[in-house]
Write a protein that binds this ligand. Structure first.
Ligand code: IPM
Ligand code: MG
Length: 403
């Protein structure tokens, strides 16, 4: 078992640049014989955003530094403004400089955005609009939201243990189409009645459905080979097309067991018997709703990472599923684990540093095994810690090793 050792203080930095290993001397590492002089530098843009973002990002950066030290990785991490903090500083939620920096990075790690302060701004300048623009501009059409129960968190879910123990599913959410982006949209006045009318347009092109279906099938092939496509084809034409296109793509994946579920039924089945799901693929809005629902299977939104990926020509964005929790911001109460696990997804999917990703995930397990809990996952007999301390414990676990 992992034993905690004395913590090092966590300081804030806006720019973190290293190799950590001493220059010049070739170092044997568990990732292979890597010389710090020749090891590839991974450039990462950090978007701490709003609310609890600073706290969880601080903790996560420390964990990344620790894993970089252990595996001789060269990580060049630079912060940029996005969300409410960017609105305050520049008037825009996604400044052009931030987008440019993201584009020239290998990966983007985002904490969370939004808060009461910006809720009444016009839609174009709200923090959420910046997030949607980031996804659209980077072409991140595939949002992977895994929900895997932690045996250490038994009792943390509002559902019965027998229902959630052993849950391991992946929500594959389409992220750049559907009703989030469809046009026409707006709020107008109906000229014939004078009534105000608001409308958004749920629209999918065949190629948008096909590419997300392929992502889901490819993921399923590496997991349990089961895909449930979620739609509302009994009512919506857009869903009818969705279903037809998914079925076409599935013809290329004879080993995948594909089934279809209406979204209302899927929501019910998620809380009734979630272990029936392996991969769930769905559109933008349904995926938004169902992934929050899936988070409760794990016990807390504070545990759920996500990856938003495009066609590979640009960087992916890795972010916790949870929001900015302005009610607890600045109080050292936030759970950094979802952000840390998002960093692990970044190491795995964007930077192809599998050993480092494994080590970060193992550290989370070790800290939970040792009984440490933030408030959102606290239960009887466990030890309550704040965000900063949780980050320190994760750093110690990474440095102590173990997979
Ligand atoms: C999410 C969030 C966002 C979304 C908001 C903040 C725009 O709820 O990532 O799930 O709806 O996609
Ligand atoms: Mg959401």
């Amino acid at each position: 078992m992992w034993v905690p050792c004395p913590a090092s203080p966590i300081g804030r930095r806006s720019t973190i640049l290293f190799p950590i290993a001493s220059a010049g001397t070739p170092v044997a590492s568990t990732t292979g014989a890597v010389s710090p002089a020749t090891a590839k530098t991974h450039t990462i843009t950090l978007l701490p955003g709003d609310g609890i973002g600073d706290e969880i990002m601080d903790a996560t950066v420390k964990v990344l530094e620790a894993v970089a030290s252990r595996f001789d990785l060269n990580l060049s991490m630079t912060s940029a403004l996005m969300g409410g903090v960017a609105i305050d500083a520049t008037g825009e939620p996604l400044p052009a400089a931030t987008l440019d920096q993201c584009r020239s990075s290998d990966a983007v790690l985002l904490a969370c955005i939004g808060g009461y302060k910006w809720d009444d701004l016009p839609r174009a300048t709200r923090p959420e609009t910046g997030l949607l623009a980031l996804r659209k501009q980077l072409g991140l059409f595939a949002n992977l939201r895994p929900a895997k129960s932690f045996e250490q968190l038994e009792g943390a879910s509002s559902l019965k243990d027998e229902v959630v123990n052993g849950v391991d599913l992946m929500v594959v959410r389409e992220l750049t189409g559907g009703v989030y982006f469809g046009t026409p949209k707006g709020i107008d006045t109906d000229p014939s009645t004078g009534a105000r009318v608001g409308y958004s347009n749920m629209i999918y092109h065949d190629y948008e459905v096909q590419r997300i279906a392929r992502v889901a099938m490819d993921i399923a092939m590496k997991r349990g080979k089961g895909v449930v496509s979620v739609d509302k084809a009994n009512v919506l034409e857009v869903s009818q097309l969705w279903r037809e296109e998914v079925i076409k793509v599935a013809a290329d994946y004879p080993e995948v067991d594909l089934s279809h579920m209406y979204v209302d039924n899927a929501a019910m089945q998620l809380v009734r018997w979630p272990k029936q799901f392996d991969v769930m693929v769905t559109g933008n809005l349904f995926g938004d709703v169902l992934s929050d629902c899936a988070s409760m299977l794990v016990g807390s939104l504070g545990m759920l990472p996500s990856a938003s990926l495009g066609d590979g020509s640009g960087p992916g964005v890795f972010e916790p599923v949870h929001g900015s929790a302005p009610d607890i911001a600045g109080q050292d109460k936030a759970n950094p684990v979802a952000c840390v696990l998002s960093a692990a997804m970044m190491l795995r999917y964007a930077l192809e540093e599998t050993d480092a990703a494994d080590a970060v995930e193992a550290a989370v397990e070790a800290v939970l095994n040792a009984g440490w809990r933030t408030g959102d996952i606290m239960s009887a007999g466990k030890t309550l810690v704040g965000c900063k301390r949780m980050g320190e414990l994760l750093v110690e676990a990474v440095s102590a090793g173990g997979k």
